[in-house]
Ligand binder design. Structure first.
Ligand code: NAP
Length: 255
């Protein structure tokens, strides 16, 4: 446990999808540091085993599967309730981008897969969690991992950006429908140093970092802290919002 973190999630249970590495693992770590017990998901059991070793076997359980698989979702949610007794926080973090280029060139099957995993699965995770009791006996929170690519045109990752814009729309709609017992917010990160984004900065990290007023790229812990805020009662009067975490990148146009 990190000494200067609070204990905002003492006695709470969180489920974080796509959490064997990168942003999802940092979110899980932050919630565990603050007292939560977590269920983490990803496709590959090996990566999940490493994640559980890092988080501590007393704090974390892994359930392997695809985010867009209904049986996997049901198993992960049931595991949280069976093993830890409740589900208080859902972080829809899984996101994929198997297609680069312009919308004009997007492969149709890839486009469908992106929407299935990045958008529809987030809705279905949320619905299944609500059906299983999220927000029923005490307040619940949902945090969706969007992207700055969902807020403005995103050269090279066009359809991924469209999917993140849809995830932001989903966030607004779910926030309206699930209030007052469940708050639903999104995070829109710019480039964060993970395997997913490596190609965007690995050639020249210093040049990539110089694009941001805060002069560095994001690290997964930056997003872990933002997610913990939105999942905690510190954001108790905030729902249906998108928290941009971008090192000031959005200011570039006005500099
Ligand atoms: N990194 C950035 O710059 C950045 C910026 C904005 C938004 N984001 C968003 O942040 C989220 C996390 O990205 P990241 O950068 O942390 O990626 P990452 O380091 O590649 O981690 C992705 C995680 O998701 C799992 N995963 C991938 N596909 C999955 C699927 N279909 N079903 C279940 N789990 C799956 C991976 O494990 P397995 O491979 O074992 O499945 C891994 O645990 C994504 O939604 C991404 O769009 C990232």
């Amino acid at each position: 446990m990190t000494a200067d973190h609070g204990r905002r999630f003492e006695g709470q249970v969180a489920l974080i999808t796509g959490a064997s590495r990168g942003i999802g693992l940092a979110v899980a770590q932050r919630l565990v540091d603050e007292g939560a017990r977590v269920v983490v998901t990803a496709r590959k059991p090996d990566g999940l085993a490493d994640a559980v070793a890092q988080l501590g076997a007393e704090n974390a359980i892994a359930v392997a599967g695809r985010a867009d698989d209904a049986e996997h979702r049901a198993e992960a949610i049931a595991t949280a309730i069976r093993e830890y007794g409740s589900l208080d926080v859902l972080v829809n973090n899984t996101g994929i981008n198997p297609a680069y280029g312009k919308l004009a060139d997007i492969d149709e099957a890839a486009a469908r897969k992106i929407m299935d995993v990045n958008v529809l699965a987030a809705l279905l995770w949320t619905r299944q969690a609500v059906a299983a009791g999220l927000g029923r006996e005490r307040p619940g929170t949902v945090v969706n991992m969007a992207s700055v690519a969902g807020l403005a045109p995103a050269p090279g990752i066009a359809y991924y950006g469209v999917s993140k814009a849809a995830l932001i729309g989903l966030t607004y709609q779910l926030a309206a429908e699930l209030a007052p017992n469940i708050r639903v917010n999104a995070i829109a990160p710019a480039v964060v140093k993970t395997k997913f984004a490596e190609a965007l900065y690995s050639d020249d990290e210093a040049a990539a970092a110089a694009q941001y007023p805060l002069q560095r790229l994001g690290v997964p812990e930056d997003i872990g802290a933002a997610a913990a805020f939105l999942a905690s009662s510190d954001s108790g009067w905030i729902t249906g919002q998108v928290l941009v975490v971008d090192g000031g990148g959005g200011l570039r146009a006005s500099l």
